[in-house]
Design a protein around this ligand. Structure first.
Ligand code: PLP
Length: 451
């Protein structure tokens, strides 16, 4: 049989593309009609779809009908105005069209030569964003540092941990792996623990130091210093400190300046995870939460969380890009080319785990160009204003309490336990959570308080 498949036929693309854009636009118009948290049971889709793929092509309309009838019921609507769980993952028209262009060009830009614009735009756009965040100049690509777009904050902390591990092992000898120690607060996102597992850091050397309500869940520099001293006494090698601006549970902000000085005086790599709250720091009135970032070796924020850039887009900056290259570079014959051999270009394959990489900077560039800094600042401020309003409503209601001071747009609240019975209080709060989420008209998520 003659093969009539034309994978990127321009006219078919135009037809399907227009229809798909209409479908998505209608989805956004009616998004509030869906239960925000999908209410399906596990395995629901197996009963609705055939056991194997079709032999013959289906019609596009038939596929769209299936999306409407079978897929959307199993979707949790992250872009719904009724979505309040975890952290935002905001899309935007600018982010969407950037993503569309990236899908359209479909390049795999691992080395400069594989698409010079992909590498160069990424460097430029991350320099722009670094300037918006008032990051120290050492993080800009003009010097020894620079920015890179990773898929997620988890990948960002993994690559910096690998760079830091190899840097210290070059100094102390590669047999010392079992002596290397990592520090963070117990409020640090679990991505650090996963990175340690992958990097071969011994689990007992991953110190997650308790942060309590006495510091508003920020890591105490004194506690850190004491722990490092104890570790040094028994011959261990402290090499990596991770601080967070805006922890996942309660948006706690670690004191970067004091922590960074401790890291520096002990020759440790200092990474700052501002995955969620970094976006707020483009507003001058919130930038002080990042004070002390001058001490950091690397800094990360997720543009895909609160910066209108469609998932995935995690911006990572380092002061010394050679640390990446020394830890992550490979140079097989089939990838050699004049520009790379002459050291004239950045090859982002050496700054990340996979080889292949998408043209993600397009969507961030679109967001920055089509909205501009002032609009982005207003957008952030409006979210914070709404959170403040909600916080006030909670504070005025005697049944509830605000559990931790609100800093950005997250409000941690709970139903107060009756007669100080904490375990009954926990049960009540779980019941409230389930009751709210089963309505489909709001989706909220939970954490637990460590005292
Ligand atoms: N760090 C912080 C502070 C987070 O809040 C999150 C996710 O919410 C992460 C890291 C992990 O993000 P990602 O999904 O991009 O790996």
């Amino acid at each position: 049989m003659e093969n009539r498949l034309k994978p990127m036929d321009a006219e078919q693309l135009r037809e399907y593309g227009h229809k798909m854009v209409d479908f998505i636009a209608d989805y956004y118009k009616t998004i509030e009609n869906f239960p925000v948290l999908s209410q399906v049971e596990p395995g629901y889709l197996r009963n609705l779809l055939p056991d194997s793929a079709p032999n013959q092509p289906d019609s596009f309309q038939h596929v769209l009908d299936d999306i409407q009838a079978k897929i959307l019921p199993g979707v949790t609507h992250w872009q719904s105005p009724n979505y309040f769980a975890y952290y935002p993952s905001n899309s935007s028209v600018a982010g969407f069209v950037g993503e569309m262009l990236s899908a359209g060009l479909n390049i795999v830009g691992f080395s400069w030569i594989t698409s010079p614009a992909a590498t160069e735009l990424e460097m430029i756009v991350l320099d722009w964003l670094a300037k918006m965040l008032k990051l120290p100049e050492d993080f800009l690509s003009a010097g020894q540092g620079g920015g890179v777009i990773q898929g997620t904050a988890s990948e960002a902390v993994l690559v910096v941990l690998l760079a830091a591990r190899d840097k210290v092992l070059r100094r102390v000898g590669k047999d010392a792996l079992e002596k290397l120690v990592v520090y963070a607060s117990d409020q640090m996102h679990s991505s650090l623990q996963k990175a340690c597992q992958i990097a071969g850091i011994h689990p007992e050397n991953c110190r997650l130091l308790k942060a309590t309500s006495s510091t508003n869940y920020a890591l105490s520099p004194e506690f850190l210093s004491e722990t490092i001293s104890q570790d040094l006494t028994i011959g261990l090698i402290p090499f990596f400190l991770c601080a967070t601006v805006g922890t996942t549970s309660s948006t706690a902000v670690d004191p970067l300046l004091s922590l960074g000085k401790i890291a520096k005086s002990n020759g440790m790599w200092f990474h700052v995870d501002a995955a969620y709250a970094g976006s707020a720091c483009v507003c001058p009135e919130f930038r002080h939460y990042m004070d002390g970032v001058e001490e950091a070796d690397s800094f990360n924020m997720n543009a895909h969380k609160w910066f209108l850039t469609n998932f995935d887009c995690s911006a990572l900056w380092v002061k010394d890009r050679s640390a990446f290259v020394q830890a992550l570079s490979t140079n097989p014959e089939y990838l050699k080319n004049k520009a790379s051999q002459a050291n004239m270009v950045v090859d982002y394959k050496d700054w990340q785990v996979p080889l292949g990489r998408r043209f993600r900077s397009l969507k961030l560039w679109m967001v920055l160009r089509l909205y501009g800094l002032e609009n982005l600042q207003c957008y952030i401020r409006n979210h914070i204003k709404l959170a403040k309003h909600f916080e006030n409503l909670i504070a005025q209601d005697p049944r509830f309490e605000v559990v931790t001071p609100r800093i950005f747009s997250l409000v941690c609240f709970r139903l107060l336990p009756v007669r100080n019975d904490e375990s009954h209080g926990n049960k009540l709060n779980h019941q409230l959570l389930d009751a709210v989420n089963s309505t489909g008209s709001a989706f909220i998520s939970h954490t637990v308080n460590t005292y």
